[in-house]
Design a protein. Structure first.
Length: 77
């Protein structure tokens, strides 16, 4: 379903795959963080959240680059 939507919207599948990976990382990091908080390990939970955010930011760089390039092309010179 997502593939057909991406084709209809003329979106590169690489970006869709990256977005789905980012969503997966967010869910896994949140789940792991909640488990460690429930176990009374708040400091480890905060480190899991931080590492999840860093991974998401690193994976989002190519998408952010394309968005910025598109905006620059839309601005008249």
């Amino acid at each position: 379903m997502l593939e057909s939507l991406a084709v209809n919207a003329h979106v590169n599948m690489m970006y869709m795959e990256t977005i789905l990976k980012i969503i997966g990382i967010a869910y896994i990091a949140e789940f792991a963080s909640q488990i460690t908080k429930d176990a009374g390990q708040g400091s480890i939970a905060s480190k899991i959240e931080l590492s999840g955010k860093i991974l998401i930011l690193a994976m989002a760089i190519p998408i952010l680059t394309v968005i910025i390039e598109t905006i620059i092309q839309l601005i008249p010179s």
